[in-house]
Design a protein around this ligand. Sequence first.
Ligand code: NDP
Length: 291
Amino acid sequence: MQSAVTVLGLGPMGRSLARAFLDAGLSVTVWNRTPGRDHELVERGAVGAASAEEAVAASGLTVICVVNYDAADAVLRAAAVARALKGRTLVNLSADTPERARETGAWADRHGIRYLDGAIMTPTTTIGTAASVYLHSGPEDLYREHRPLLEALGGTHTHLGEDIGRAAAYDIALLDVFWTAMAGYAHAVALARAEGITARELAPFAQGIGAILPPLFAQTAADFDDGGFSGEGNPLTSGASSMAHIVHASEAHGIDAGVMRAAEGMARRAIGLGHGTDGFIRVAEVLGRHR
Ligand code: NDP
């Protein structure tokens, strides 16, 4: 039986993608390495395939969303699956590095598989809603051909260019923002508790700090791209001093301050190179100097 789309990988994200395709009225075939993850989807009308090759053969478009590219390779590079994919389109929404995406693009080319790479930038709860965000890269005409189907997932879809690794490059840079921010937040919560402050008490003020960041991203992006680095109002020397207080307060409570020590170290290095009056984003330029 033919479907509009096949979804390989039924973890939380794969299941959400399949559900959104179904909710959009599309016929969907699904498969997962570990059987039994498709019950709810089959109840909703999806076809559960017995093997990955059977799933791929059911649709012109296959979306794979598994933990990483080792997992994707384990599924896709099985000879029968690669054969079934020949002449069809594969969209890889699993997360990994740009290098792995480019390697997969080259593998797809060698096997006559039409390939788009992508990244999902929002949690499972957003899939199928206007709040979801998808990044795509690869051949423009292939993207255009499949865009209507991909847009059934809702949200915002952006094609970033023909370099197949570009979506993954945005993904790792954006996840860098996310995970370092979350590491900072987790550390802040631990430090606050040591001072007798609950996470609930801290949260509204933490949200206030979070709200300062979006305009700062835009402002410092211009500084970085144009080489301005203005530290007027908030020079690196002042930032490094504030970071040192956090390190001292944490370590006085026996709380590891490794993340903040790393941040302070970057700031001190830039200061040591003569940039103490610049803004914090000078650190990004210093980090990139070895290239
Ligand atoms: P996971 O990252 O835990 O991926 C689970 C899926 O990967 C399952 O289908 C699992 O199959 C499969 N898998 C793992 N190892 C293998 C393997 N060796 N061979 C075949 N399949 C394998 O959960 P998610 O579904 O949440 O994430 C999928 C992708 O989506 C990830 O790359 C993630 O970074 C990305 N993503 C997820 C978000 C989220 O909110 N969850 C948000 C944005 C992106 P099995 O059931 O057999 O173990």
